[in-house]
Structure formats: structure tokens, C-alpha cells
Design a protein around this ligand. Structure first.
Ligand SMILES: *[C@@H]1O[C@H](CO)[C@@H](O)[C@H](O)[C@H]1NC(C)=O
Ligand SMILES: *[C@@H]1O[C@H](CO)[C@@H](O)[C@H](O)[C@H]1NC(C)=O
Ligand SMILES: *[C@@H]1O[C@H](CO)[C@@H](O)[C@H](O)[C@H]1NC(C)=O
Length: 386
């Protein structure tokens, strides 16, 4: 009897509405009544033999998580990180993601752009493949690790979820597939995932239009504008002028002096020759903020979110690119005005404020719908700028 049957039995019992289960080794049927319409596809369901199985059903956790989301705990966790299915209010679909600890923040996602329903399932097949299927059994996401010697799945203390073999070698790790976040020690790596993609909004399961990309020669922020066929760079992050290819872009935290802690948050950009690599300190916090992360937020701003340990205080934003803070000493700080489309497509930004629209008669007071100046006429707001 494999563990998946055991899980389903527990699930059935917890629903307390089981009428007549019939269990056999190679096939498993469940019969429910009067539960909810979303249960209908669960009436007859079978899963491949699995080392681990979780079906996305049942009560949500009592607490809400980041973005007012609700979640179900899958049961793969370390002391500060856990794998969950989460949803937004009034939206019935779920992302399978990793939450950083209380109050939970979402730091990794499996199925960005392809949310699943109630009754979706995550299982680690006997073959070692970790698979997310929707309620209709469509495979939504998988690790492609079948027959590679995987013996188990675990969450490490640093938030890295790993599939490991009999020698405890990692066959797959979530750290190689960042979504919008880098946890301490996590990096973009040439040949693996080379970009972070922002979330479309604080209530969206989908990707947005901002990216942080490690390209062959630099690390830059890009914005995919509806008005432009190609993503436009809006900020260059690395401080190197490398002539050799990019290798890695890494976020790290270092806690100095455990009695009187100071945490240093850095980004490191490494190239194949190492000589043209750069290392920049983003911020220092005067507390132990080891469980922090660097994220390209849905508004296109790069932030360090920090959480004090061990007292478990609230999260705070200790660094925000575009608030005028320089990334390194020999550099001017980026400002709000450098955000793409901060003042619409054509507005003029000064000291963080949208101040004017161009027009053939000169600068006009800024409005949301600044348009480019036209020749031989004018368009836009006709209020004179002061
Ligand atoms: C989402 O962001 C908007 C502003 O963009 C804010 O007003 C709202 O409170 C946020 N909601 C949540 C759940 O974070
Ligand atoms: C970064 O490098 C890529 C080529 O690797 C180049 O196309 C791009 O323009 C560069 N971006 C910036 C902001 O320098
Ligand atoms: C991203 O751009 C597309 C068009 O290029 C647009 O339809 C979409 O609304 C944008 N998404 C966000 C979150 O701004």
C-alpha cells in the first residue's frame, strides 16, 4: 500500500462525507455527496503510484498571507518556509508556491501563468517526477525528474525545495527556477533561469511586464510596454563593464556579530573571467534579517524585504530602487522619474513628480493622457503650465 492511498483516506475522513470508499491497490475510487460543485470531478479519480500526494481541498489556514491571499498547507516545510496552494479573495484559482514565514510572503511559484482549481494535486511519483495536475488531470507543471534516482522531496532551512537522490545529491532544486524573488544565497545562473519576472498585480497569478534579466553582458531591468515591440531597458544594475559573458547574479545576506547584529544585503554579479565582476551592498539593517529577500515587485521596483528574527516582527522594505538610493557609492541613486511610464508615455518627470506634458505651445500642465506634440496643431491639456 503506498502513501498516496493513506493520504486519500485521511482526506476522505477529514471531509466526513464519505459514503462508500472502495480501495484497491492499482485503482482508487471515492464517492462524495453534497460537498460542493467543485467536488464533482473528484467522484472518480486515480493517481499514479506516489511517494507523496496532496490534493488541494479542505479548509484554508486561519491566517491570510501576503496580498490578502488564502492558502492550504501542502506539508512540505522547514522552520521558516512552506509549500502551499494559495488564492486571492473572489478568485477561485490557485498557485502552488513557497511562503516565507509569518506573516507569510510569497517567494516562489511553480505554476505562474497557469493557476489550478480546487481538486488539483501535487504528487511525487514513484518514478521521482514531481507533478502538478489540475482537477481534470491535465499536467500543469513538472520537474522532469523521472528515473533520475530521486528518493524524496524536502524543504531546506534556506527556502530551497529539493528533490534528492540516495546520496542526498540534489537532482532538482527550486533555487534554480526563481520567479520574481531571490532568497539569500539564490541566484540567476547562465544556462538556467536568467530572469526574474514581476507579478502582474497584487491580486494576479500571472506575470507582469517588468523583468530583471541577466543578459550576456549585464544585469538590467526591462519594461515591456504595450507601445513597443521589444522590452525597453530602464535601469542597469551591475556596475561592471564586462567583456566576458555573465555567469551569475546572486543576492546574499551576511549577519555580523550575533549579539549586536548588523545584516548586510548584497548583490553580486559574476562574469566568466571574475575580474569584471561586481559586488554591491544594497542596505545594512541593524538587526538579524536573515530571512529577507530581494524581489522585483509588481510595480517594477526592486526591493529588499526584511523580517527581523527571531522575534518574528512584521516585514519591512529596507531598500527600494527608484527611491533615490544609490546602488553603490560611485553612482547616483535612481529616482522615481526613471520608472518607465511614470508620467504616462510622454509626460515629464521632475524630482519624482509628473510636472508637464509637451505640446507645440511649450510645456503644459501634466495630465494622465499626455500625447506627443503634433506639428501644425496641438493636442492635450490646454491649461498653461505655471
Ligand atoms: C494592492 O495594491 C493597491 C495599489 O496598487 C493597494 O491600494 C491595495 O491595498 C493592495 N492590495 C493588497 C491586498 O495588497
Ligand atoms: C545589456 O547587454 C545586452 C547584450 O548582452 C544588450 O543588448 C543590452 O542593450 C545591454 N543593456 C544595457 C542596459 O546596457
Ligand atoms: C502588459 O502589457 C500588455 C500588452 O503588451 C498589456 O495588455 C497588459 O495589460 C500589461 N500588463 C500589466 C500588468 O500592465
Amino acid at each position: 500500500m503506498s502513501a498516496f492511498i493513506y493520504s486519500l483516506v485521511l482526506l476522505s475522513l477529514s471531509l466526513c462525507i464519505l459514503i462508500s470508499p472502495s480501495i484497491s491497490d492499482d485503482h482508487f475510487d471515492q464517492v462524495f455527496s453534497d460537498y460542493s460543485p467543485s467536488m464533482a470531478p473528484m467522484l472518480s479519480r486515480s493517481f499514479p503510484p506516489s511517494k507523496f500526494l496532496y490534493v488541494n481541498l479542505g479548509d484554508h489556514d486561519d491566517y491570510s498571507a501576503e496580498y490578502d491571499s488564502y492558502y492550504r498547507v501542502v506539508g512540505i516545510h522547514s522552520s521558516r518556509y512552506q509549500l502551499c496552494f494559495y488564492k486571492f479573495p473572489e478568485n477561485p484559482v490557485y498557485t502552488l508556491g513557497i511562503a516565507s514565514d509569518f506573516p507569510s510572503k510569497w517567494v516562489w511559484a511553480a505554476n505562474t501563468n497557469d493557476p489550478v482549481s480546487n481538486g488539483a494535486a501535487i504528487y511525487l511519483g514513484e518514478d521521482g517526477n514531481l507533478v502538478l495536475v489540475d482537477v481534470d488531470d491535465r499536467v500543469v507543471w513538472q520537474t522532469n525528474t523521472a528515473n533520475k534516482g530521486v528518493v524524496g522531496l524536502k524543504m531546506l532551512e534556506d527556502g530551497n525545495m529539493v528533490l534528492y537522490d540516495a546520496n542526498d545529491k540534489f537532482i532538482w532544486q527550486s533555487f534554480d527556477y526563481p520567479s520574481d524573488t531571490l532568497l539569500p544565497g539564490q541566484s540567476l545562473k547562465a544556462g538556467l533561469t536568467t530572469k526574474l519576472v514581476s507579478r502582474a498585480s497584487n491580486t494576479s497569478h500571472f506575470e507582469g511586464n517588468y523583468t530583471l534579466e541577466m543578459s550576456p553582458k549585464n544585469v538590467s531591468l526591462y519594461y515591456k510596454s504595450p507601445n513597443s515591440p521589444i522590452p525597453l531597458p530602464y535601469y542597469r544594475i551591475d556596475q561592471s563593464f564586462a567583456s566576458t559573458p555573465s555567469k551569475e547574479f546572486r543576492y546574499d545576506v551576511l549577519v555580523k556579530d550575533f549579539d549586536n547584529p548588523i545584516t548586510s544585503h548584497t548583490i553580486q554579479y559574476t562574469t566568466t573571467d571574475s575580474i569584471s565582476s561586481s559586488n554591491q551592498e544594497l542596505v545594512k539593517t541593524s538587526y538579524d534579517s536573515r530571512s529577507s529577500f530581494l524581489r522585483l515587485d509588481y510595480d517594477g521596483r526592486l526591493r529588499v524585504h526584511t523580517s527581523p528574527t527571531p522575534e518574528n516582527g512584521d516585514w519591512s522594505e529596507e531598500f527600494t530602487l527608484f527611491k533615490g538610493e544609490p546602488l553603490s557609492r560611485n553612482q547616483l541613486g535612481a529616482t522615481e522619474c526613471q520608472m518607465p511610464e511614470k508620467c504616462g508615455n510622454f509626460g515629464i518627470c521632475y524630482k519624482g513628480e509628473c510636472v508637464a506634458c509637451p505640446s507645440p505651445r511649450g510645456l503644459m500642465r501634466w495630465s494622465d493622457d499626455c500625447v506627443p506634440p503634433t506639428v501644425g496643431g496641438y493636442s492635450g491639456d490646454d491649461t498653461d503650465a505655471k
